[in-house]
Design a protein around this ligand. Structure first.
Ligand code: SF4
Length: 230
């Protein structure tokens, strides 16, 4: 997709949702951090259900640390990988208390030093909690960036780099949210709704996607544009 079309695409996305944000429920940078750690390979809905009860009793590093791994697991056991996530969250709370006075740090290096926090999570926190124009690339954004041609790339770093180059500066703060919502609800992995997509006259691959019928699901997941980025 050329730069003129990319600008048109983001103007439309902005008009459709002028003030997009995450679908995770949170009231502080700390709650957002914990929710994003929990959201790896889980739906925002499942995370919101669990954190509604968790944050009612513990929404600070000290309070969650006091629950301990076993106590925390009782609140998050409905979420995938909850054993690992519980251990990471308790260690993260320890570090926040020991090194950051209980606050969520504002730099990428400090965020990525927290257990359970990788580049994608750090980008979400920097963007959504602290207003930095980062673009976190998850499975939805990876797929949409490649299909549309806005920022093709073989891996998440390549796509993130391409997005930071191709998305006009004025759209960068919200680009993550617009693209994730487009991927989650319209440009879905197996059956993109091109007929309902507001980018279908701009997209490089509009109307060329269909659910494969002669390939097994494991083969489908091997396709670079269907698969989850590592
Ligand atoms: S036109 Fe189709 S393939 Fe392109 S972004 Fe929209 S839903 Fe995805």
């Amino acid at each position: 997709m050329n730069s003129r079309r990319i600008t048109t695409a983001f103007k439309r996305l902005q008009k459709q949702r002028p003030d997009p944000t995450t679908e995770l429920n949170y009231r502080s940078a700390f709650e957002l951090l914990i929710s994003v750690i929990l959201s790896a390979q889980a739906t925002d809905l499942s995370v919101n259900r669990a954190t509604e009860k968790l944050y009612a009793v513990a929404n600070t590093p000290q309070a969650i640390k006091s629950l301990g791994v076993t106590g925390l697991k009782r609140y998050i056991r409905t979420i995938g990988l909850f054993n690992t996530k519980a251990a990471n969250i308790i260690k993260t709370c320890d570090i926040l208390l020991a090194r950051h006075a209980g606050e969520v740090p504002r730099t990428r290096d400090e965020l990525e030093a927290l257990p359970g926090v990788g580049r994608k999570t750090a980008n979400v926190i920097l963007n959504t909690a602290f207003g930095q124009p980062t673009i976190a690339v998850d499975t939805h954004i990876f797929r949409v960036a490649n299909r549309t041609g806005i920022a093709p790339g073989k891996d998440v770093i390549a796509v993130e780099t391409a997005l930071l180059q191709s998305v006009p500066e004025r759209f960068r703060q919200n680009a993550h949210h617009w693209l994730i919502l487009l991927g989650r609800y319209t440009c879905t992995a197996r059956k993109p709704k091109c007929d309902q997509c507001l980018l279908n006259d701009l997209c490089d691959t509009a109307f060329t996607w269909h659910a494969p019928t002669n390939r097994s699901s494991s083969e489908d997941s091997d396709h670079p544009l269907f698969s989850k980025p590592k």
